[in-house]
Design a protein around this ligand. Sequence first.
Ligand code: DGY
Length: 333
Amino acid sequence: MARVFVTRRLPGSALARLGAEHETEVWPDRLPPPRAELLERTAGADGVISLLTDAIDAELIDHAPGLRAISNYAVGTDNVDLAAAAARGIPVGHTPDVLTDATADLAFALLLAAARRLPAAAQAVRDGNWVTWEPARHLGQSVHGATLGIVGLGRIGRAVAARARGFEMEVLATGGGGGGGGGVSPGGGVGGGGVSPGGGVSSGVPLEELLARSDFVSLHCPLTPATRHLIDARALGLMRPTAILVNTARGAIVDQDALVAALEQGTIAGAALDVCDPEPAAPGDPVLAAPNLLLTPHIGSATAAARERMTELAVENLLAGLEGRPMPHQVLR
Ligand code: DGY
Protein backbone atom coordinates (compact mmCIF):
# COMPACT_ATOMS: atom_id res chain seq x y z
CA MET A 1 0.00 0.00 0.00
CA ALA A 2 1.47 3.33 -1.11
CA ARG A 3 1.04 6.73 0.50
CA VAL A 4 -0.80 9.22 -1.69
CA PHE A 5 -1.53 12.91 -1.26
CA VAL A 6 -4.39 14.51 -3.22
CA THR A 7 -4.22 18.28 -3.05
CA ARG A 8 -8.00 18.91 -3.16
CA ARG A 9 -11.31 17.07 -3.04
CA LEU A 10 -12.27 16.02 -6.57
CA PRO A 11 -15.70 15.44 -8.14
CA GLY A 12 -16.98 11.93 -8.84
CA SER A 13 -16.35 8.62 -7.18
CA ALA A 14 -12.94 7.64 -8.58
CA LEU A 15 -11.02 8.85 -5.52
CA ALA A 16 -12.77 6.09 -3.54
CA ARG A 17 -10.99 3.54 -5.78
CA LEU A 18 -7.69 5.12 -4.93
CA GLY A 19 -8.54 5.12 -1.23
CA ALA A 20 -9.42 1.42 -1.39
CA GLU A 21 -5.99 0.54 -2.69
CA HIS A 22 -3.70 3.08 -1.06
CA GLU A 23 -3.35 5.16 2.08
CA THR A 24 -4.82 8.35 0.68
CA GLU A 25 -4.89 11.80 2.26
CA VAL A 26 -7.08 14.42 0.58
CA TRP A 27 -6.53 18.09 1.41
CA PRO A 28 -9.96 19.10 2.71
CA ASP A 29 -10.01 22.86 2.26
CA ARG A 30 -11.47 25.02 -0.46
CA LEU A 31 -8.11 26.75 -0.88
CA PRO A 32 -5.02 24.85 -2.01
CA PRO A 33 -2.54 23.62 0.58
CA PRO A 34 -0.13 26.43 1.48
CA ARG A 35 3.39 25.82 0.23
CA ALA A 36 4.71 24.55 3.59
CA GLU A 37 1.84 22.06 3.88
CA LEU A 38 2.30 20.91 0.30
CA LEU A 39 6.01 20.30 0.90
CA GLU A 40 5.37 18.52 4.18
CA ARG A 41 2.63 16.25 2.83
CA THR A 42 4.41 15.31 -0.39
CA ALA A 43 7.72 14.73 1.46
CA GLY A 44 6.50 11.35 2.67
CA ALA A 45 4.31 10.47 -0.29
CA ASP A 46 4.78 7.85 -3.00
CA GLY A 47 2.27 9.53 -5.27
CA VAL A 48 0.52 12.86 -5.64
CA ILE A 49 -2.55 14.09 -7.49
CA SER A 50 -1.89 17.79 -8.02
CA LEU A 51 -3.93 20.67 -9.40
CA LEU A 52 -2.85 23.57 -11.59
CA THR A 53 -2.75 25.66 -8.41
CA ASP A 54 0.10 23.54 -6.96
CA ALA A 55 3.70 24.20 -7.97
CA ILE A 56 5.22 20.74 -8.37
CA ASP A 57 8.69 22.14 -8.86
CA ALA A 58 12.28 20.96 -8.41
CA GLU A 59 12.29 21.95 -4.72
CA LEU A 60 9.22 19.85 -3.98
CA ILE A 61 10.54 16.89 -5.96
CA ASP A 62 13.89 17.13 -4.09
CA HIS A 63 12.01 17.13 -0.78
CA ALA A 64 10.07 13.98 -1.69
CA PRO A 65 12.60 11.14 -1.89
CA GLY A 66 9.90 8.44 -2.17
CA LEU A 67 7.81 10.19 -4.82
CA ARG A 68 7.35 7.92 -7.83
CA ALA A 69 4.20 9.13 -9.58
CA ILE A 70 2.78 12.60 -10.27
CA SER A 71 -0.73 12.84 -11.67
CA ASN A 72 -1.86 16.33 -12.62
CA TYR A 73 -5.60 17.03 -12.60
CA ALA A 74 -5.43 19.12 -15.79
CA VAL A 75 -4.40 18.76 -19.38
CA GLY A 76 -1.88 21.58 -18.93
CA THR A 77 1.27 20.72 -17.00
CA ASP A 78 2.96 24.12 -16.74
CA ASN A 79 2.72 23.86 -12.93
CA VAL A 80 4.93 20.75 -12.99
CA ASP A 81 8.68 20.88 -13.53
CA LEU A 82 8.76 18.11 -16.12
CA ALA A 83 12.55 18.19 -16.37
CA ALA A 84 12.98 17.73 -12.61
CA ALA A 85 10.48 14.85 -12.64
CA ALA A 86 12.20 13.23 -15.62
CA ALA A 87 15.60 13.58 -13.95
CA ARG A 88 14.25 11.45 -11.10
CA GLY A 89 12.45 9.08 -13.48
CA ILE A 90 9.05 10.10 -12.07
CA PRO A 91 6.23 9.72 -14.62
CA VAL A 92 3.81 12.64 -14.92
CA GLY A 93 0.19 12.11 -15.96
CA HIS A 94 -2.42 14.57 -17.19
CA THR A 95 -6.07 14.57 -18.29
CA PRO A 96 -6.41 15.26 -22.03
CA ASP A 97 -9.46 14.70 -24.28
CA VAL A 98 -12.12 14.52 -21.57
CA LEU A 99 -12.19 18.32 -21.23
CA THR A 100 -11.73 19.23 -24.90
CA ASP A 101 -15.39 19.86 -25.72
CA ALA A 102 -16.15 21.62 -22.45
CA THR A 103 -13.25 24.01 -22.99
CA ALA A 104 -14.04 24.59 -26.65
CA ASP A 105 -17.67 25.30 -25.71
CA LEU A 106 -16.51 27.89 -23.20
CA ALA A 107 -14.14 29.52 -25.70
CA PHE A 108 -17.07 29.90 -28.06
CA ALA A 109 -19.35 31.14 -25.30
CA LEU A 110 -16.78 33.82 -24.43
CA LEU A 111 -16.36 34.76 -28.08
CA LEU A 112 -20.11 35.15 -28.53
CA ALA A 113 -20.58 36.99 -25.25
CA ALA A 114 -17.87 39.49 -26.05
CA ALA A 115 -18.95 39.94 -29.67
CA ARG A 116 -22.56 40.60 -28.72
CA ARG A 117 -21.67 42.51 -25.55
CA LEU A 118 -23.79 40.25 -23.35
CA PRO A 119 -22.35 41.35 -19.97
CA ALA A 120 -23.12 45.04 -20.60
CA ALA A 121 -26.57 44.26 -22.03
CA ALA A 122 -27.51 42.00 -19.11
CA GLN A 123 -26.22 44.58 -16.65
CA ALA A 124 -28.35 47.27 -18.29
CA VAL A 125 -31.45 45.13 -17.69
CA ARG A 126 -30.53 44.60 -14.02
CA ASP A 127 -29.88 48.32 -13.65
CA GLY A 128 -33.43 49.13 -14.85
CA ASN A 129 -31.99 50.65 -18.02
CA TRP A 130 -34.12 48.67 -20.51
CA VAL A 131 -36.54 51.46 -21.27
CA THR A 132 -37.49 50.57 -24.83
CA TRP A 133 -36.28 48.80 -27.97
CA GLU A 134 -33.52 51.02 -29.36
CA PRO A 135 -32.15 50.85 -32.90
CA ALA A 136 -28.60 51.87 -32.05
CA ARG A 137 -28.02 50.55 -28.52
CA HIS A 138 -26.06 47.44 -27.50
CA LEU A 139 -24.65 46.99 -30.96
CA GLY A 140 -22.11 44.20 -31.18
CA GLN A 141 -20.14 42.47 -33.86
CA SER A 142 -21.18 39.76 -36.31
CA VAL A 143 -19.79 36.33 -35.54
CA HIS A 144 -21.35 34.59 -38.52
CA GLY A 145 -18.98 34.80 -41.47
CA ALA A 146 -16.22 36.55 -39.50
CA THR A 147 -12.58 35.44 -39.44
CA LEU A 148 -11.36 33.45 -36.45
CA GLY A 149 -7.66 33.04 -35.74
CA ILE A 150 -6.77 29.99 -33.66
CA VAL A 151 -3.35 30.11 -32.02
CA GLY A 152 -2.42 26.49 -31.36
CA LEU A 153 -4.28 23.91 -33.43
CA GLY A 154 -4.22 21.06 -30.93
CA ARG A 155 -7.17 19.14 -29.53
CA ILE A 156 -9.01 22.16 -28.16
CA GLY A 157 -8.06 24.44 -31.05
CA ARG A 158 -9.47 21.90 -33.49
CA ALA A 159 -12.66 21.59 -31.45
CA VAL A 160 -13.08 25.38 -31.56
CA ALA A 161 -12.53 25.29 -35.32
CA ALA A 162 -15.30 22.68 -35.61
CA ARG A 163 -17.69 25.00 -33.77
CA ALA A 164 -16.66 27.91 -36.00
CA ARG A 165 -17.72 25.95 -39.07
CA GLY A 166 -21.31 26.11 -37.85
CA PHE A 167 -20.99 29.88 -37.92
CA GLU A 168 -19.53 29.76 -41.43
CA MET A 169 -16.42 31.53 -40.19
CA GLU A 170 -13.14 31.67 -42.04
CA VAL A 171 -10.70 29.90 -39.75
CA LEU A 172 -6.97 30.60 -39.74
CA ALA A 173 -4.64 28.68 -37.45
CA THR A 174 -1.04 28.57 -36.43
CA GLY A 175 0.34 25.06 -36.15
CA GLY A 176 -0.31 22.05 -38.28
CA GLY A 177 -2.93 20.49 -36.05
CA GLY A 178 -1.11 17.23 -35.54
CA GLY A 179 -0.19 17.43 -31.86
CA GLY A 180 -2.38 17.42 -28.81
CA GLY A 181 -1.17 20.62 -27.29
CA GLY A 182 -1.15 22.72 -30.42
CA GLY A 183 2.23 24.18 -31.06
CA VAL A 184 3.05 27.67 -32.15
CA SER A 185 6.28 29.41 -32.89
CA PRO A 186 6.23 33.16 -32.34
CA GLY A 187 7.74 34.05 -35.69
CA GLY A 188 5.55 31.85 -37.81
CA GLY A 189 3.30 28.86 -38.00
CA VAL A 190 4.29 25.29 -37.46
CA GLY A 191 3.26 22.61 -39.85
CA GLY A 192 2.55 22.15 -43.48
CA GLY A 193 0.50 25.26 -44.17
CA GLY A 194 -2.26 25.61 -46.70
CA VAL A 195 -5.87 24.65 -46.41
CA SER A 196 -6.69 21.31 -44.84
CA PRO A 197 -9.28 19.84 -47.19
CA GLY A 198 -11.67 18.32 -44.65
CA GLY A 199 -11.65 20.95 -41.96
CA GLY A 200 -11.84 24.20 -43.88
CA VAL A 201 -9.06 25.55 -41.68
CA SER A 202 -6.09 27.40 -43.15
CA SER A 203 -3.36 25.96 -40.94
CA GLY A 204 0.29 26.89 -40.62
CA VAL A 205 -0.57 30.58 -40.89
CA PRO A 206 2.23 32.77 -39.49
CA LEU A 207 1.18 34.35 -36.21
CA GLU A 208 1.64 37.91 -37.47
CA GLU A 209 -0.58 37.29 -40.48
CA LEU A 210 -3.19 35.57 -38.32
CA LEU A 211 -3.28 38.51 -35.90
CA ALA A 212 -3.63 41.03 -38.71
CA ARG A 213 -6.43 39.17 -40.51
CA SER A 214 -8.62 37.91 -37.66
CA ASP A 215 -11.77 39.44 -36.21
CA PHE A 216 -11.42 37.06 -33.24
CA VAL A 217 -8.19 35.54 -31.96
CA SER A 218 -8.55 32.51 -29.67
CA LEU A 219 -5.55 31.10 -27.80
CA HIS A 220 -5.15 27.31 -27.48
CA CYS A 221 -1.42 26.71 -27.17
CA PRO A 222 0.18 25.32 -24.02
CA LEU A 223 2.13 27.67 -21.76
CA THR A 224 5.84 27.02 -22.35
CA PRO A 225 8.90 29.27 -22.29
CA ALA A 226 8.26 29.84 -26.02
CA THR A 227 4.65 30.94 -25.58
CA ARG A 228 5.01 33.02 -22.38
CA HIS A 229 3.89 36.55 -23.35
CA LEU A 230 3.44 35.42 -26.94
CA ILE A 231 0.67 38.00 -27.10
CA ASP A 232 2.63 41.08 -26.09
CA ALA A 233 2.26 44.77 -26.95
CA ARG A 234 3.67 44.19 -30.43
CA ALA A 235 1.30 41.30 -31.12
CA LEU A 236 -1.67 43.27 -29.82
CA GLY A 237 -0.59 46.15 -32.06
CA LEU A 238 -0.86 43.85 -35.07
CA MET A 239 -4.50 43.03 -34.28
CA ARG A 240 -7.38 44.95 -35.79
CA PRO A 241 -8.88 47.77 -33.69
CA THR A 242 -12.19 45.89 -33.97
CA ALA A 243 -10.70 42.54 -32.93
CA ILE A 244 -11.52 40.53 -29.80
CA LEU A 245 -8.99 38.33 -27.99
CA VAL A 246 -10.24 35.12 -26.35
CA ASN A 247 -8.03 33.17 -23.93
CA THR A 248 -9.07 29.87 -22.37
CA ALA A 249 -5.52 28.49 -22.25
CA ARG A 250 -3.15 30.06 -19.70
CA GLY A 251 -3.01 33.67 -18.53
CA ALA A 252 0.73 34.08 -18.96
CA ILE A 253 0.51 33.51 -22.73
CA VAL A 254 -0.67 37.13 -22.73
CA ASP A 255 1.35 40.04 -21.38
CA GLN A 256 -1.47 41.25 -19.21
CA ASP A 257 -0.13 44.78 -18.66
CA ALA A 258 0.10 45.17 -22.41
CA LEU A 259 -3.44 43.83 -22.81
CA VAL A 260 -4.85 46.27 -20.26
CA ALA A 261 -3.05 49.13 -22.04
CA ALA A 262 -4.37 47.93 -25.43
CA LEU A 263 -7.94 47.88 -24.11
CA GLU A 264 -7.58 51.30 -22.51
CA GLN A 265 -6.12 52.77 -25.70
CA GLY A 266 -8.57 51.02 -28.02
CA THR A 267 -5.81 49.12 -29.82
CA ILE A 268 -8.23 46.17 -29.83
CA ALA A 269 -11.97 46.20 -29.19
CA GLY A 270 -12.24 43.68 -26.40
CA ALA A 271 -11.01 40.59 -24.61
CA ALA A 272 -12.79 37.59 -23.15
CA LEU A 273 -10.61 35.66 -20.78
CA ASP A 274 -11.10 32.54 -18.70
CA VAL A 275 -7.55 32.76 -17.42
CA CYS A 276 -5.36 35.58 -16.18
CA ASP A 277 -1.93 36.14 -14.68
CA PRO A 278 -1.74 35.75 -11.75
CA GLU A 279 -4.82 33.75 -10.81
CA PRO A 280 -7.01 34.73 -9.19
CA ALA A 281 -6.82 38.41 -10.01
CA ALA A 282 -6.41 40.20 -6.69
CA PRO A 283 -8.69 43.07 -5.75
CA GLY A 284 -7.22 46.19 -7.34
CA ASP A 285 -5.56 44.27 -10.20
CA PRO A 286 -5.86 46.59 -13.24
CA VAL A 287 -7.25 43.70 -15.29
CA LEU A 288 -10.45 43.91 -13.24
CA ALA A 289 -11.01 47.53 -14.30
CA ALA A 290 -10.01 47.20 -17.95
CA PRO A 291 -12.70 48.34 -20.41
CA ASN A 292 -14.44 45.82 -22.65
CA LEU A 293 -12.99 42.89 -20.77
CA LEU A 294 -14.95 39.84 -19.72
CA LEU A 295 -13.17 37.60 -17.21
CA THR A 296 -14.42 34.23 -15.91
CA PRO A 297 -12.69 32.22 -13.14
CA HIS A 298 -10.87 29.50 -15.13
CA ILE A 299 -13.97 27.38 -15.78
CA GLY A 300 -13.07 25.94 -19.19
CA SER A 301 -13.38 22.33 -18.03
CA ALA A 302 -16.07 23.06 -15.46
CA THR A 303 -18.86 20.73 -16.48
CA ALA A 304 -19.81 17.97 -14.06
CA ALA A 305 -19.09 15.34 -16.70
CA ALA A 306 -15.67 16.68 -17.67
CA ARG A 307 -14.51 17.16 -14.08
CA GLU A 308 -15.63 13.64 -13.10
CA ARG A 309 -13.83 12.14 -16.09
CA MET A 310 -10.75 14.17 -15.13
CA THR A 311 -10.85 12.54 -11.70
CA GLU A 312 -11.06 9.10 -13.30
CA LEU A 313 -8.10 9.79 -15.56
CA ALA A 314 -6.06 11.26 -12.72
CA VAL A 315 -6.71 8.18 -10.59
CA GLU A 316 -5.96 5.76 -13.45
CA ASN A 317 -2.71 7.59 -14.16
CA LEU A 318 -1.64 7.51 -10.53
CA LEU A 319 -2.54 3.86 -10.02
CA ALA A 320 -0.53 2.91 -13.11
CA GLY A 321 2.44 5.02 -12.05
CA LEU A 322 2.49 3.51 -8.58
CA GLU A 323 2.38 0.00 -10.05
CA GLY A 324 5.24 0.81 -12.41
CA ARG A 325 3.02 0.55 -15.50
CA PRO A 326 2.97 3.27 -18.18
CA MET A 327 0.32 5.83 -17.29
CA PRO A 328 -2.61 5.79 -19.74
CA HIS A 329 -2.12 9.52 -20.22
CA GLN A 330 1.51 10.11 -19.51
CA VAL A 331 3.14 13.40 -20.49
CA LEU A 332 5.95 12.71 -22.93
CA ARG A 333 8.90 15.05 -22.91
C1 DGY B 1 -6.46 22.27 -17.79
O1 DGY B 1 -6.89 21.11 -17.73
O2 DGY B 1 -5.30 22.52 -18.10
C2 DGY B 1 -7.45 23.36 -17.51
O3 DGY B 1 -6.88 24.60 -17.50
C3 DGY B 1 -8.24 23.08 -16.27
O4 DGY B 1 -9.05 22.00 -16.52
